[in-house]
Design a protein around this ligand. Sequence first.
Ligand code: NAD
Length: 457
Amino acid sequence: MTATIRSVSPQRPDDVVIDVSASSAAVVESAVDRARGAQREWARAGAARVVALVAAADAVRKASSELVELVVREVGKPRAEAAAEVARTEAILRYYAQQIYDPEGAVHLASPPRSFALTRRQAHGVAGLVTPWNFPLAIPVWKAAPALAFGNAVVLKPAPAATACALALGELLAAQLPDALLQVLPGDAEAGEALVAQVDVVSFTGSAAVGRAVVRAAAETGVPVQCELGGQNPAIVLDDVDIEAVAQQLARAAFGYAGQKCTATRRVIVVGNAREFTDALVTAVNALPLGDPGAAETVVGPVITASARDRVRDVAASAVRDGGRVLTRRTVPDSAGWYVPPTIVDNVPPGHEMLRDEVFGPICAVIAAPSVTEAVDIANAVPYGLTAGVYTRDLTAVMDVAGRLRAGQVKINAPTTGVDFHLPFGGTKASSYGPREQGKAAADFYTTTQTITVAAP
Ligand code: NAD
């Protein structure tokens, strides 16, 4: 029996967004074969690749209203953030379209007399992309755009909960590209495993546990692999900040899109007297617009599934059992949607899972630290190292703390959330595996370097 993939709207779970067959291993294999056939010509297509990617960006712009509606409906992303994601999707395509004109390599001296050597990029072949649901357009595109720009074909296996978004995106992009060069295959673990086993390069974003399995599978076939995984992101607040302004910013960094971002702030570490700052943070969180993600002002919508909602509730209850105190007081809409109140907990005992594991939802701990040194130790005392924030006006402290934080990104006086697509992105420790993605780093990942020595005959 063929498995099906069914995606429903988190704010109205009886609204079935899509119901499709999952791709079997045989379907994956044949898609990769067809992609491999299309890739050979594409790698040689030169400036035609620029034209195609610019046309893809234009197509995304033309469809932007429909895409925003679909993102809101399928993954419950608040409208303003959904619109920003669609704009970013278009921008990423334009950015990588222009990189096709960058130098492909360099000319060097070579050993034989009257000779020289060239280094130049070569595409790997077929890129297998496996993606999560929380950035249903931007993550597929920040992988697919550079893969295509540098001459690869793409087969994308999106998360089941974002299947309709991925198929819509795939349709827009594929219409501007040669047949079979970009394909989207609905499915879950089985399709993901089949894809990783077939392709020439693998880029994965998702949870740490699945990422580790993907790394092992890619090592088995010997292909390059990069994984962007979870986070347990700290923000350190020193005692010289504008309390109101920082509290407002952190409220959104922790709870925007119901905390469903790998870069969301999960622990606020306050140096010195934490009382005044915690009060300001709780006030800011209590005032966040919460409700239907379709409303223009909403900041906190539902979480993606009933089990994600239950996990947040369970972790909060466990923290309270162990001595934690829930400081926020929010009620959620009286609807069938998977809403869970934004929850700030203090007094969580060291070692509790809330301070160690990733809980992918609207829950955040406040921790008091007696000194900056101890704040950094607390920040680093997790298996993850994706992103970290530091709030202070003290430049010396900034340089000192940033240098000691084990995180791929450090944001000074800026939210841990938010990623610039033109900068390299990735974490340390369990947050990442392999080379960075995005920015110019993507060119290195999606190509291999060939060295050609040319001697006079
Ligand atoms: P997930 O790990 O459950 O799934 C990710 C993808 O892997 C999905 O497409 C899924 O179908 C597929 N998959 C599942 N098992 C597989 C297997 N054995 N082989 C191959 N593919 C398999 O993650 P999710 O719930 O979709 O997304 C949330 C997670 O993603 C969070 O942990 C979050 O931190 C992380 N995330 C990280 C980043 C980043 O850039 N670091 C960005 C967004 C989300």
